[in-house]
Design a protein around this ligand. Structure first.
Ligand code: BDR
Ligand code: CA
Length: 313
């Protein structure tokens, strides 16, 4: 067994964040060095608690969860209770966590870990607004060349936006943070809406989670039953897009995805298109290629992987 890839998951759970965390916990190829929580789908007090609930659901109270930023760098907080419910994790009834929240701030944890661990060994997996990552980069720019890769869920180009006509939620909530990240020089892989809208939680796929017959399988199904209702109505599809687990799946099976290197710039000036990811997919500018932007996914392969890995928990 090769040495597991070491990751920090930066997250705002969120039902799809929760499934992403479960996928990582069920995968021996990955070692979660820490989970950093950020304000996003719901305020920080809930996202950090939800992250701990999920670790406990998976029988992993040993995972360290760190509290991060309570608000975006510049703009006012925006949340998404209309999608995720009041708790951010509506659906199953999960017990209050008993594992402690770490005292160290998420930004300090990220900086300290990247500076102290071997250079090139840590991968960041942001599943929410990029506030914590930008704060860490602003605080200690020497972390940038030491980070192996950032694989993030955010943005959308061909598919447009999901919170405004042009912006995807994670980037919209903190566009200034996203701007810092896309200018960091760190290798970045982007899982935009163009991919996640092809990864639909159809009734059959959710049933496969439930059929695992385990506590985790049942909880994952209940999370997704709640989560998909909003997008099913909005898009008229069988199932909703399962965004965040695409990040973890890429680390495990990159061949499930297809994309290309291009420049990504983030709109931070116009209120009309605030938070839009302007992707130079066709190479019509000479702006530097700063990200591998994904566009396609083998959705059946993705859900087969997910079901198999949740089945290990
Ligand atoms: C992203 O926004 C959140 O609602 C989801 O958790 C995902 O990270 C999708 O736009
Ligand atoms: Ca998220």
């Amino acid at each position: 067994m090769p040495i597991p890839r070491r990751i920090i998951i930066d997250t705002d759970p969120g039902q799809d964040d929760a499934v992403a965390i479960l996928l990582a916990l069920g995968s021996p190829e990955l070692e979660i060095v820490g989970i950093t929580a950020v304000a996003g789908n719901v305020p920080l007090g809930l996202t950090e608690k939800n992250a701990r609930k999920i670790c406990e659901l998976a029988g992993r109270p040993d995972i360290k969860v760190y509290p991060g930023a309570v608000r975006p760098l510049v703009r006012r907080p925006v949340t998404a209770e209309h999608v995720h419910g009041k708790t951010g994790l509506d659906g199953p009834s999960l017990p209050e966590p008993t594992m402690p929240l770490q005292e160290q701030h998420a930004v300090d944890f990220i900086v300290e870990t990247v500076m102290n661990e071997e250079s090139g060994s840590i991968t960041l997996c942001p599943l929410g607004p990029l506030t914590n990552i930008a704060l860490a980069l602003n605080r200690e720019p020497r972390i940038a060349p030491r980070i192996r890769e950032i694989v993030l869920m955010g943005g959308g180009f061909f598919e447009g936006g999901n919170v405004t006509p042009t912006a995807e939620f994670n980037i919209y909530v903190d566009p200034h943070a996203a701007d810092v990240v896309f200018h960091s020089g760190i290798p970045i892989v982007v899982m935009p809406l163009d991919v996640t809208h092809k990864a639909l939680t159809t009734a059959k796929r959710v049933q496969a989670f439930r059929a695992l017959g385990s506590k985790v399988g049942e909880a994952a199904a209940a999370l997704l039953d709640f989560f998909e209702r909003f997008d099913e109505e909005k898009y008229g599809t069988d199932g909703g897009p399962l965004h965040d687990p695409c990040v973890i799946a890429y680390l495990l099976r990159p061949e499930l995805f297809n994309g290309r290197q291009c420049n990504v710039a983030v709109e931070i000036a116009s209120e009309l298109t605030m938070g839009m990811t302007v992707v130079d997919w066709w190479g019509v500018t000479d702006r530097p290629k700063n990200a591998l932007v994904m566009r396609d996914i083998d959705a059946d392969g993705f859900f087969a992987l997910l079901t198999e890995r949740l089945g290990r928990l």
